[in-house]
Design a protein around this ligand. Structure first.
Ligand code: ES4
Ligand code: ZN
Length: 339
């Protein structure tokens, strides 16, 4: 597209990226050999090679079809050095696409349930963050996501462990989030967890309105006091005008992921992404990559896919980029630098 050089050079913020979703098949197989983790190739031939796995990633039926591969993939991560390698590879790629500030998710329960210590995850990620700062001048924040498909007490226990380790108080973790399957696990299940975070002054975001209805977004705001919503596309697909007006009024940031939505059949094609509605309504939103190793594109490919479908102006993009800075969880002085 004609704006490609402009989009490539535009300083970016990433707000919706799962570090485990950046595990490229090459590194996945390398770590499975190094750590002696057997992949289920005998029951699923997709795990035969890098090529067959990449071919399998071409289409997913829905969120759960993808999540099956996502959780098996991350089972090769064992040591602090594995998590450091994963995160640093992502930060390097992001720097090459001019990401200046990245707020990234990880799923502690998916690792602690396999016997990996929370401290090992944190140690590896922190080393990668320090290198990203030194090598690229990139600011980064970690958001701990709790898993909806596990029982609420497991989420509460993981949150408490992080809080007792001082990770929120010392800035190691910037916020909590909530991800994994959505439809069977609605927001009311997580009220105690979000109350505990809110009363402790800890920031809160929630994946909502991806496969679940717009009403789950309203519940996330009302019951969980969510300060940000990850995805939130269903407010627009369901045309919930009352909710949209509220998002505008409250300036709630929606961290949207267009290529992910197409890959997981939330929308049939990129042309169905409600970009015009977002811009016309004046919603604060950012464009993000979600699980780029699985969805055939990092942040720049998301920007470019939208540009090809919608032919926005330079001014539209500058206003999207500004909204992303303003919605970031960084200091006011860092915002000044990013603007
Ligand atoms: C996810 Cl795309 C998506 N939705 C919900 N949970 C997730 N975890 C990783 N990617
Ligand atoms: Zn996500």
């Amino acid at each position: 597209t004609p704006l490609h050089p402009f989009l490539a050079a535009l300083p970016k913020c990433e707000h919706h990226l799962h570090l485990e979703g950046t595990l490229e098949p090459e590194l996945l197989f390398e770590l499975s050999r190094k750590n002696n983790i057997t992949l289920p190739a005998s029951t699923d031939p997709a795990f035969g090679s890098v090529e067959t796995l990449l071919a399998r990633y071409k289409t997913f039926k829905n969120l759960d079809d993808f999540l099956g591969y996502y959780y098996i993939g991350m089972s090769v991560l064992l040591h602090a050095s594995d998590f450091e390698a994963l995160a640093y590879a992502y930060f390097s790629k992001a720097a090459s696409q001019r990401v200046r500030h990245a707020e990234v998710f990880f799923d502690p329960q998916a690792h602690t349930s396999r016997g990996v210590d929370l401290a090992a995850l944190v140690e590896g990620f922190k080393k990668a963050q320090a290198r990203a700062r030194a090598d690229f001048g990139m600011s980064t924040e970690l958001i701990m996501c709790l898993l909806r498909h596990l029982p609420p007490p497991s989420a509460m226990e993981t949150f408490s462990q992080a809080r007792e380790a001082g990770y929120f108080a010392d800035g190691t973790l910037a916020a909590i989030g909530m991800d994994s399957s959505e439809l069977p696990f609605p927001p009311p299940m997580w009220k105690d967890l979000y109350d505990a975070a809110g009363s402790g002054g800890i920031r809160r975001t929630v994946h909502a309105g991806e496969e679940g209805p717009a009403s789950y977004m309203t519940q996330a705001l009302d019951l969980l006091d969510a300060q940000r919503i990850d995805h939130g596309i269903r407010a627009f697909l369901d045309e919930d005008d009352k909710l949209i007006a509220r998002l505008v009024r409250q300036k709630t940031l929606l961290t949207m992921c267009p290529l992910s939505n197409v890959k997981l059949n939330v929308i049939p094609s990129i042309a169905d992404f409600p970009l015009k509605k977002l811009l016309d309504a004046g919603v604060t939103f950012s464009i993000n990559s979600d699980d780029p190793a699985y969805f055939e594109g990092y942040i720049l490919e998301n920007y470019c896919a939208l540009q090809e479908a919608f032919q926005l102006s330079v001014r539209d993009w500058e206003s999207i980029a500004k909204g992303a800075v303003m919605g970031s969880w960084c200091s006011e002085s860092r915002k000044e630098e990013l603007l």
